[in-house]
Design a protein around this ligand. Structure first.
Ligand code: ASP
Length: 434
């Protein structure tokens, strides 16, 4: 009980860190560039944020591998793994589709891309030519790696080198396989391995707890650095585009997930939003689902009572393939640029876009700006000029923070849903810890 109080007060502190970071970042922004400000940012504030981000990344691979092996081994048999996987993927598909439809509804009714003159458009695109060219090259590489490249991404030739590259799909595949193998060998032998990995996973969660104690300050540092560098001059249409994207995020975040909590997970909506605060703050400040993964696993276990076998199974999978915020953003961004260039996307084209976004979100890396190369290739396949990405790149950092929050909230919601359908009494845990 005492432990949970500490958990709650740290949540509040992280939230306060977020707000204070935003205010200081804004002051730095209007202060304008000068040696003192730049030095403070570069040598004092930014290293604190970088340390936090690296520390979180540091635990991702051992935590995911160890906890997933144990999680799968604790599921008892391969059928259970298949059942859980099936339920989770259906949940992800439905929630991502909801997000995409919200984005599509908003962008098609508000139409922020209408009425931009060709001159303004072309000069903005020309100004960012170099950046766009390098992104386009990346996008071609991503495109080629989608199929049959996916096979190589999932089945590694060498698991150690995939771990060194944090290639989540390969790590997930091998851990699940390893867990199932442990279920198939002599119990006397497998017990030793399970205990070993269990200890590693618990130690990683303990390290995450220590890192999260520093989160209030580190989150503030990350936000100060991000906000201090925001460019605030954007043209009217782009401002309206930002509004559409954020309105979409908020709708999905507050309405879709409330509905899911009420109808399917059946836990108090207020408790859901209160308890996911550390996940939200970490995602918002790091713009990375992968970096947020350890916090998500820990919060689900400590604040919602989700068993390890469920959180360790669903969170790595979710952080890698389930990206509601990214999917919503991609649809809005692609259609916004289409509107600016006067490219009419037919109903069939819109369906194709939805399907593309759903499928390609598997290939989006959970890192800052991970979706941009995928977005470029989706635009190209629909006849939307990829160079148009230049119009939105300048404001993407802010939107990336928002979509990462939506992405990780979807992962947490998926784990809670799975816990509920697997008959875990979440309400009992919540009541006991309120
Ligand atoms: N930053 C996002 C994430 O990590 C990915 C993206 O949409 O760029 O979830």
């Amino acid at each position: 009980m005492k432990k949970n109080k500490a958990e709650k007060s740290n949540s509040t502190k992280i939230f306060i860190g977020l707000i204070i970071g935003g205010i200081i970042g804004y002051l730095f922004n209007i202060w304008g560039t000068n040696p003192i400000r730049d030095g403070l940012l570069k040598y004092v504030i930014s290293p604190v944020g970088i340390a936090f981000l690296r520390a979180l990344f540091m635990v991702v691979v051992p935590l995911v591998f160890a906890s997933l092996v144990v999680g799968v081994a604790k599921l008892g048999n391969a059928q259970n793994v298949g059942r859980l996987g099936g339920r989770l993927i259906s949940f992800y598909l439905i929630t991502t589709l909801m997000a995409v439809l919200i984005g599509q509804l908003f962008i098609s009714t508000i139409r922020p891309g209408d009425g931009v003159s060709a001159e303004v458009r072309d000069s903005s695109v020309a100004a960012m030519q170099e950046q766009v060219a390098s992104l386009q090259a990346k996008s071609t590489a991503v495109n080629e790696s989608l199929w049959p490249g996916l096979v190589e991404k999932v089945i590694p030739k060498n698991i150690v080198s995939e771990m060194a590259e944090t290639n989540m799909l390969a790590i997930i595949f091998v851990s699940i396989l390893f867990g199932i193998a442990l279920l198939s060998i002599e119990k006397k032998k497998s017990e030793i391995a399970i205990q070993f990995f269990d200890a590693i996973s618990d130690s990683c969660i303990t390290i995450v707890g220590w890192i999260m104690k520093l989160a209030p300050i580190c989150v503030a540092a990350l936000i100060i650095t991000a906000v201090a560098n925001f460019g605030l001059e954007v043209m009217k249409n782009v401002a309206l585009y930002i509004f559409v994207v954020i309105a979409g995020y908020l709708t999905h975040f507050f309405i879709s997930y409330s509905l899911i909590m009420k109808l399917f997970v059946k836990i108090p909506i207020k408790e859901f939003y209160k308890r996911i605060l550390p996940i939200v703050a970490t995602a918002f400040s790091t713009s990375s689902s992968s970096a947020t993964m350890p916090t998500t696993i820990r919060t689900l276990e400590k604040s919602f009572g989700v068993p390890e076998k469920i959180s360790s199974f669903s969170v790595p999978l979710g952080a890698t393939v389930n990206m509601d915020g990214t999917a919503l953003f991609e649809v809005v961004a692609a259609l916004f640029i289409a509107q600016i260039f006067g490219v009419d996307i037919s109903l069939m084209g819109q369906f194709t876009l939805v399907a593309l976004v759903l499928l390609t979100s598997i290939g989006v890396a959970g890192v800052p700006g991970g979706s941009i190369p995928i977005l470029i290739s989706a635009m190209a396949s629909l006849g939307i000029p990829p160079a148009g990405i230049a119009l939105i790149l300048g404001v993407d950092r802010l939107l990336d923070m928002g979509r990462t929050v939506v992405n990780v909230t979807g992962d947490a919601a998926g784990a809670l849903y799975l816990a509920k359908v697997e008959n875990v009494n979440l309400n009992k845990f919540i009541k006991e810890t309120t």
